[in-house]
Design a protein around this ligand. Structure first.
Ligand SMILES: [Zn+2]
Length: 432
């Protein structure tokens, strides 16, 4: 079943913008992208949806925890990361299976209505996977291991992970998420990576989010060492007085970095760490608004850009983020890059690429985050702002691609952006 989605501006991201363009959709796939007139002439009987906006690929959120959408009250806690984490841990047992699913469902709704059609989602309660699988959203659900030492892992943690992987509902790709270097013992972390690789699955973990993590990995001390010890966990890094390495260096030493892995946050990464991530092919999923709320620091985005280190963009969960709107997150990341002195003309383009192509690459997915033949028919349409309209030359029938990238981010920075439609796998799932 063919459908032509047309718009005054089509921004494929994987190619230059097209004035008066269209995307021909066949079922759940994109059959062609080009000028509307050409596609309409080639398919004279095709049904058409004419959208009044900028048509882009659906956005790709590279780090989220959908199940924590209803933990929103914690995003105004105004406390440092270890305190916030303590509150998270205390709130978790108050949630039932049904509450996790409802919370996940609400997160999916917030994503779809803001133009996000793919997500790298961390799943701690396997039942939270059900609504995500049903929604048809693209991406990967990473089943999480957290607060595990060798004993708890062999006493049930490992079996629970394998059962969650085996029992995952169909229609959704799963992966493995060892939570962090400070909540997962070294041997357990290595085993998580081994389980993922044996099964040909991808891994997603949190890396170098806070200074407290850096201290823990380096010297086995600080608030995280204290809480793991109080919880009775036998952690190698605490026992051995740390690794004398950064979080990225430590993970590399235990074989946990590679092109099958992507890492959230990567705030406290120096030049050596960034080089390590780059050479290992590890995408950093940057979540700057969450970092700000948790007082965790700022990722060196200007350095990531200058060095060509691969990065994508995530919102993290509503427990530590003001919204699940990825375009807002992208605008915040652009503002930080400017604050850090990044002035090059490619900034807007690279930030939007990170919110689409970057997220896709972080998950190893070649068929999302772009408008191209054969890709999933995941589309978003954003209302035309004045600056987006100004990017078009009506007389010539052309559009300035860089001006479109800038217009999308400018609108989001001013909170004047509006997602007017979302198409997921060929089906319209949101219409404003
Ligand atoms: Zn996270």
């Amino acid at each position: 079943m063919l459908m032509l989605h047309s718009a005054p501006i089509v921004l494929p991201v994987s190619a230059e913008a097209i004035a008066d363009g269209a995307v021909l959709v066949d079922g759940d796939r994109i059959a062609a992208v080009g000028p509307r007139a050409d596609l309409a002439a080639a398919h004279p009987d095709v049904r058409e949806r004419a959208w009044a906006g900028v048509l882009t690929p659906g956005l790709v959120n590279a780090h989220a925890h959908l199940q924590y959408t209803d933990f929103e009250e914690l995003n105004s806690l105004d406390a440092p990361f270890p305190v916030w984490l303590g509150r998270m841990v205390a709130k978790r047992p108050t949630f039932t299976s049904q509450m996790w699913q409802e919370s996940t469902r609400r997160g999916l709704h917030l994503m779809l209505k803001s133009g996000t059609t793919a997500v790298a989602d961390i799943v701690t309660e396997p039942e939270a996977l059900v609504p995500t699988a049903r929604s048809g959203i693209a991406g990967i659900s990473y089943l999480e291991a957290v607060f595990e030492d060798a004993r708890s892992w062999s006493d049930g943690g490992r079996v629970r992970m394998l059962a969650a992987l085996d029992g995952a509902p169909g229609g959704r790709t799963v992966g493995v998420s060892p939570h962090t270097p400070y909540t997962i013992a070294t041997a357990v972390f290595a085993d998580c990576i081994a389980i993922a690789r044996e099964r040909g699955l991808r891994t997603h973990t949190h890396v170098a989010e806070s200074q407290a993590e850096v201290e823990y990995v380096w010297s086995g001390t600080g608030p995280f060492a204290q809480s793991m010890t109080e919880a009775g966990k036998a952690m190698e890094l605490v026992r051995d007085g740390g690794s004398g390495l950064s979080p990225a260096g430590y993970l590399d030493k235990i074989g946990a970095l590679g092109p099958d892995v992507h890492a959230a946050h990567c705030v406290h990464c120096d030049a050596e760490d960034r080089e390590l991530l780059r050479t290992r092919g590890v995408y950093a999923a940057l979540c700057v608004r969450s970092n700000r709320i948790l007082q965790a620091g700022e990722p060196p985005i200007a350095a990531y850009l200058r060095e060509g280190s691969p990065f994508a963009i995530g919102t993290d969960s509503l427990a530590s983020s003001p919204s699940l709107d990825l375009l807002e997150e992208a605008a915040a990341l652009r503002a930080l890059a400017r604050d850090q002195g990044y002035q090059a003309a490619d900034l807007d383009r690279r930030i939007v690429e990170a919110a689409t192509l970057g997220g896709a690459a972080a998950m190893g997915l070649g068929d999302v985050g772009r408008l191209a033949e054969g890709a999933r028919a995941d589309l978003a349409v954003f209302a035309l702002s004045e600056s987006a309209e100004a990017s078009m030359d009506a007389a010539l029938g052309t559009v300035d691609t860089d001006a479109v990238y800038a217009a999308l981010l400018d609108a989001a920075a001013a909170k004047k952006h509006r997602c007017i439609a979302t198409v997921l796998g060929g089906t319209i799932t949101h219409r404003a």
